[in-house]
Design a protein around this ligand. Structure first.
Ligand SMILES: Cc1cc2nc3c(=O)[nH]c(=O)nc-3n(C[C@H](O)[C@H](O)[C@H](O)COP(=O)(O)O)c2cc1C
Length: 182
């Protein structure tokens, strides 16, 4: 069983990112265990945690969770043309201590979204920049910038737009091809 962790860059109850993530999770075939990874309870990363050997229990639990997963899907909005702090904090938290980067060499894919037309391009590429530093092999194509997201979802958060569903199905297939290489 391949374990895929899904990290959502929004803590909002009605988050479009979360709704999209849930749709995409259901597109994985048998043999994949896909779970949402909670990042809402993480403290802001402080290097003293590690330097003083005083790591909060939430941080220990999160690092262990990331260590046990095989691959990651990031679904995120864009905040001021970049990655929301809550998601960047999660990346930083499991990247340290430097000798024990929990993300390294595990394949990942990014979906960014926006209620506007740009589809979170800035967040998507800033996230790529950090993941390159963390030695994460990333799905390059297709890129997923989901714009005008509110128009693509129904009342219960389901994707109602046929071509978006087709695109995301293809996206997951490509992601699986990448995962199988590692
Ligand atoms: C602090 C903040 C900054 C934002 N900056 C951007 C932005 O740069 N680009 C954009 O398309 N939307 C921006 N938005 C709007 C978000 O895309 C919108 O609130 C979206 O619904 C957030 O994703 P969510 O539904 O998953 O919470 C911003 C929202 C907030 C709260």
């Amino acid at each position: 069983m391949t374990k895929v962790g899904v990290l959502v860059g929004s803590l909002r109850k009605e988050s479009f990112s979360l709704k999209l993530a849930k749709n995409v999770m259901s597109l994985f075939p048998e043999g994949y265990e896909v779970e949402l990874v909670d990042i809402s309870n993480l403290p802001f990363y402080n290097q003293d945690f590690d330097d003083e050997n005083n790591v909060p229990s939430e941080v220990v639990a999160f690092r262990n969770k990331i260590a046990e997963l095989d691959a990651f899907l990031f679904v995120t909005p864009e905040y001021n043309r970049s990655v929301p702090a809550v998601l960047k904090n999660a990346l930083d938290t499991a990247s340290r201590p430097k000798t024990d980067n929990r993300w390294g060499k595990k394949p990942a894919a990014i979906i960014s979204q926006s209620p506007g037309g740009l589809g979170g391009f800035g967040a998507n590429h800033h996230l790529r920049q950090s993941l390159a530093c963390l030695n994460v092999p990333l799905l390059q194509q297709p890129e997923a910038y989901i714009g005008n997201v509110a128009t693509l979802l129904g009342e219960n958060g389901e994707i109602t737009n046929e071509s978006t569903l087709e695109f995301l199905t293809k996206f997951v297939q490509r992601f699986i091809e990448l995962i199988k290489k590692y």
